[in-house]
Design a protein around this ligand. Structure first.
Ligand SMILES: Nc1ncnc2c1ncn2[C@@H]1O[C@H](COP(=O)(O)OP(=O)(O)OP(=O)(O)O)[C@@H](O)[C@H]1O
Ligand SMILES: [Mg+2]
Length: 487
């Protein structure tokens, strides 16, 4: 039988054309990623796999940093778009859209020629975790470099999108456990530059924070935990809390605002500390209330001191601790010894230099014909206004710098004359005390003038008055005048 080559050729041509049309059709209908996935599913059948789980918390309820890094890394993968179910969130900028994996969804990845897949698991009993599926054959070759790759990519993402957060501790419910810290984005607008304080002091603190950030190796070489603690003390409204916010922003650290009154005991304090992340600032506001015993605290003094020493927080590398208080007069110096508190920063009531800083930021005024009058009031002593009070007056009159300055002058004059009258009556009280003393011996303190005049009745029978110089030119130092009256 003779072969009809023309017919065979036509058939083959027709078949070829059909195949090309089919290929074009499939390419349009099925994305290559899906084809790849199918191919991988088929080839996976011929390999053994291993599963590795990355839980969100470790046994101490401490956040597992690898989980956080993975979350950043996986949500940045392009393949997340191929997952069947993905969450969309708006980002920090208005046109940013962030993708995030939905529970029980899988995202695939490729590294050094190996195929890997991650499943995001949420189980009510054991919490959230990521589970890696990797071919046994690839594990030895790929796992270590892959994890390093995740570290460096997540670090990069972290730098780009890092938004610092403010954590607050909730009261103990049930058996304590994980999730005691609740967080919100920390958006306080204060920066170190916006806080009015002595310029030299400000530069010293900036340099100190900078040096701390760079000294990981140094601390570790000395066998010390890489942490630094600061005490900010001064009257109300002098900028302590604003400065804490500014410090956190300058370090780019999360803030853990620890409310001691919500703790259930010393072990609870340890547990909460273990749950803080590295690169964070742990803040205890109004610390004097707890250590001077004016507020009952559910934690013991030794528990607090252990926490300050870093004994309990050997895990607490890369932490800054900040304590704020109104005055450190009543605090046992042992609590504030070097090592427990590394840097003491005094926030004084407003002086002329701070007033000029405030006028410059709040009113945009660097010089004004009313400045000499303001300076005179500060120099005459007795002007006892906080930067908060002065800045409020400036803000209220920000449309007219002259009116703002006049209202500041009038308020300063009022506080100055009240302060002088109080000083006189306090001195009279001391004079009287010199001739008549009742009550038990010991230290009894009358605090007047916003804490700037202190009178001590001492056990040796003497009376000591300490007056902090109100117009102290340098925020670092206080000047004390002592009057001794022997009974
Ligand atoms: N030194 C300052 N420079 C600029 N603004 C200040 C300064 N001190 C206070 N303020 C302003 O006053 C307000 C109160 O300040 P802040 O809360 O920081 O004071 P504080 O010392 O923490 O007071 P408290 O002891 O009552 O908590 C803030 O809005 C802040 O902007
Ligand atoms: Mg405060």
């Amino acid at each position: 039988m003779a072969i009809d080559f023309r017919r065979v050729f036509c058939l083959l041509l027709l078949l070829g054309i059909l195949l090309v049309v089919l290929w074009l059709f499939l390419r349009r209908k099925i994305r290559t990623a899906k084809l790849k996935r199918w191919w991988r599913l088929i080839s996976d059948r011929f390999h053994d796999h291993q599963f590795l789980k990355v839980p969100e918390f470790n046994d101490n309820f401490q956040e597992n940093q690898l989980f956080r890094r993975l979350s950043l890394y996986l949500n940045s993968l392009e393949s997340i778009e191929d997952s069947d179910y993905t969450n969309l969130f708006s980002g920090a900028k208005s046109n940013d859209i962030l993708l995030s994996l939905n529970p029980n969804q899988t995202v695939s990845d490729e590294f050094l020629g190996a195929y890997l897949s991650w499943t995001y698991q949420v189980v009510s009993s054991s919490g959230r975790s990521f589970v890696l599926r990797i071919r046994k054959r690839d594990k030895r070759r790929v796992l270590r470099p892959y994890l390093q790759h995740i570290h460096s990519v997540s670090d990069e993402i972290d730098q780009k999108i890092r938004q610092i957060r403010l954590y607050t501790n909730a009261a103990v419910v049930g058996d304590g456990g994980a999730g005691r810290w609740k967080s919100v984005p920390f958006t306080h607008p204060a920066t170190i530059d916006t806080v009015a304080m002595d310029a030299e002091l400000k530069n010293k603190i900036k340099a100190d924070l900078d040096a701390f950030l760079k000294s990981k190796q140094y601390y570790h070489r000395l066998g010390r935990v890489w942490r630094r603690s600061y005490l900010l003390y001064g009257p109300s409204g002098t900028g302590k809390s604003s400065f804490v916010a500014a410090m956190a922003k300058s370090l780019s650290y999360d803030v853990y605002d620890l409310d001691l009154s919500k703790l259930s005991g010393d072990s609870d304090l340890k547990l909460l500390l273990l749950q803080t992340n590295p690169r964070s600032l742990i803040l205890i506001e109004d610390f004097d209330r707890y250590v001077a015993g004016t507020s009952p605290a559910p934690v013991s003094l030794s528990g607090i001191m252990n926490f300050m020493d870093g004994v309990v927080n050997s895990c607490c590398d890369e932490r800054v601790m900040v304590f704020t208080m109104t005055t450190k007069d009543d605090i046992d110096p042992a609590i504030l010894r070097p090592g427990r508190v590394d840097v003491h920063i005094h926030f004084p009531l407003c002086d002329f230099n701070n007033f000029k800083n405030l006028a410059s930021s709040y009113l945009g005024v660097r010089e004004h014909k009313l400045f000499p009058q303001v300076q005179e009031i500060f120099q005459s002593g007795g002007a006892t206004m906080s930067p908060a009070e002065i800045s409020e007056l400036m803000m209220a009159n920000r449309n007219s710098p002259s009116r703002a300055l006049k209202s500041v002058i009038s308020a300063l004059q009022t506080t100055s004359s009240t302060a002088k009258a109080e000083l006189r009556s306090a001195a009279e009280a001391v004079e009287e005390a010199g001739t008549r003393r009742d009550g038990p011996h010991g230290v009894k303190e009358i605090r007047k003038l916003y804490g700037y005049l202190s009178i001590f009745y001492k056990s040796d029978g003497s009376v000591e008055i300490s007056v902090t110089c109100l117009a102290a030119p340098d925020a670092m130092f206080n000047f004390f005048f002592f009057i001794h009256i022997m009974a």
